[in-house]
Write a protein that binds this ligand. Structure first.
Ligand SMILES: NC(=O)c1ccc[n+]([C@@H]2O[C@H](COP(=O)([O-])OP(=O)(O)OC[C@H]3O[C@@H](n4cnc5c(N)ncnc54)[C@H](O)[C@@H]3O)[C@@H](O)[C@H]2O)c1
Length: 274
């Protein structure tokens, strides 16, 4: 596989370590699109940290350079701005993209641009389940007539630092689990963009951004990130609860996210996809 990555942070680094332990995935070439002015440093780091992958390495800073490396598949794990700057160009060139920064879809114009670019290039945008599970069932039940989908996201107070939660509640003084946001998935994504991905994933799989209800909670007793959703449909009532450990490199990122991206890559190459 000729793999392209956009971003080389916590998710990308962990993903490359997991790929090295996954016999089904053999990398022939790895090209990483990083921030301008940092490609020399990035290239050296790739060789030093992931030389065991046994593939060729290149670090680039534009979508055009990434495409010149002829990737079979690109994984975006950089953030909203990188989605805006690079992903439409890659899709228009006909290359599939696993989009990890799913919260980007909460912006109507960007969602329309991404869908149009994929259609123009005949490429697919693959949205991994990320930090949450049960997305297969939720998406499968959509034609059965979902009547309500409610998501609750709970993290330790420190994980909400630097967000509007700081003004909604006294994060440092909390003694018990406290709901500080109730609203739609679209509002949650707009107000908490760095924590928007799970709400966005559930919204896209189920009832959409404007009809998915979201509650965000800070809990001083929480040791990790808990994602829970309940979906009611004509054929089933579904409740899913996942207690994730935060990833060592980024307290806001649940470690299961990286495994879900690895699954997308494995399903591209393994004889059986599941
Ligand atoms: N779908 C999910 O459930 C889920 C879960 C966790 C995180 N995420 C998203 O995944 C993304 C990456 O998470 P992370 O923990 O690896 O973050 P991180 O901050 O550790 O790494 C992001 C990397 O991308 C680079 N970057 C930023 N802007 C860039 C640009 N324009 N071009 C190239 N590189 C750029 C940064 O320099 C950094 O190295 C974030 O957008 C995060 O919101 C999604």
């Amino acid at each position: 596989m000729r793999l392209g990555l956009i971003g080389y942070g916590n998710i990308a680094g962990t993903l490359l370590r997991l790929i090295a332990e996954t016999p089904e995935i053999r990398l022939e070439a790895l090209t990483v699109l990083g921030l301008p002015g940092k490609t020399d440093e990035l290239g050296k780091d790739l060789e030093a940290s992931h030389g065991g992958l046994g593939c060729s390495f290149a670090a680039v800073s534009s979508a055009e350079e990434l495409l010149a490396a002829k990737p079979d598949f690109v994984v975006e794990c950089a953030g909203h701005q990188a989605v805006v700057s690079h992903v439409p160009t890659i899709l228009k060139a006909g290359v599939d993209v696993v989009l990890v920064s799913i919260g980007a879809f909460a912006h109507r114009e960007l969602e329309a641009e991404l869908r149009a670019a994929a259609e123009e290039g005949g490429a697919r945008i693959v949205l991994p389940a990320g930090a949450v599970g049960g997305i297969d069932l939720l998406a499968a039940l959509r034609p059965a007539g979902l009547t309500s989908v409610t998501y609750q996201g709970c993290k330790p107070p420190a994980a909400w630092a630097g967000t509007p939660a700081e003004t909604a509640v006294d994060l440092d003084g909390l003694k018990e689990a406290t709901v500080f946001f109730t609203g739609t998935a679209r509002d949650a994504a707009a107000q908490y963009p760095k924590n928007a991905n799970v709400a966005a994933t559930i919204a896209l799989a189920g009832l959409g951004f404007d009809d998915t209800k979201v509650e965000l909670i800070a809990d001083p007793a929480a040791s990790g990130n808990t994602h829970e959703f309940t979906a009611v449909s004509g054929v089933a009532r579904t409740s899913i609860r996942i207690e994730n450990l935060p990833s060592p490199g980024n307290i806001k990122t649940s470690v299961t996210t990286v495994y879900s991206v690895l699954r997308e890559l494995r399903n591209r190459v393994a004889p059986v996809a599941i």
